[in-house]
Write a protein that binds this ligand. Structure first.
Ligand code: DQA
Length: 144
């Protein structure tokens, strides 16, 4: 089985961008952690990042036929994008929302997510480990 791991806008800047909030790990390192976590679960991971909403929408659609689950950190689009939410609904593929930071202890505009109501669950505040938990949750659900 395979998981599509999606990172949205500005997450290519991981390691450089506000390290006090997001840590010093690069996106490349994060992707490797996801590949390893998937492997441990007997899955494969395809990790992609885009700064463009439409590109993320297209990738989510691909999951309908090509993936068994999605782990997505939509970055700021989390708080703005009805299009990503509709794409997740259309994909009919179990989707886990993740955030590196605890969005609920930050600015109030980060407290609302358009994605949570269409996700299986949401994990935030655990850095890269949140992605690992998301992948493990998908694998466990698929086994049940
Ligand atoms: C984020 C939280 C968002 O509010 C922010 O816009 C991001 C990253 C996180 O991983 O903590 O870009 O999704």
């Amino acid at each position: 089985k395979s998981v599509l791991v999606l990172n949205g806008p500005n997450l290519n800047m991981l390691g450089l961008r506000q390290p006090e909030i997001y840590g010093t790990m690069s996106l490349k390192d994060l992707d490797q952690i996801c590949v390893d976590a998937a492997k441990d679960a007997g899955w494969t991971a395809d990790c992609r990042q885009s700064n463009m909403e439409g590109e993320l929408v297209g990738w989510i659609h691909e999951a309908r036929t090509d993936f068994d689950g999605i782990v997505i950190n939509a970055g700021a689009y989390t708080h703005t994008s009805v299009a990503l939410r509709d794409a997740i609904s259309a994909a009919e593929t179990p989707t886990i929302e993740v955030h590196l930071s605890n969005i609920h202890k930050r600015e109030s505009f980060r407290h609302h997510s358009y994605l949570t109501p269409v996700a299986v669950g949401m994990i935030c505040g655990f850095g890269a480990h949140g992605y690992v938990l998301g992948i493990q949750a998908l694998a466990r659900m698929a086994d049940e």
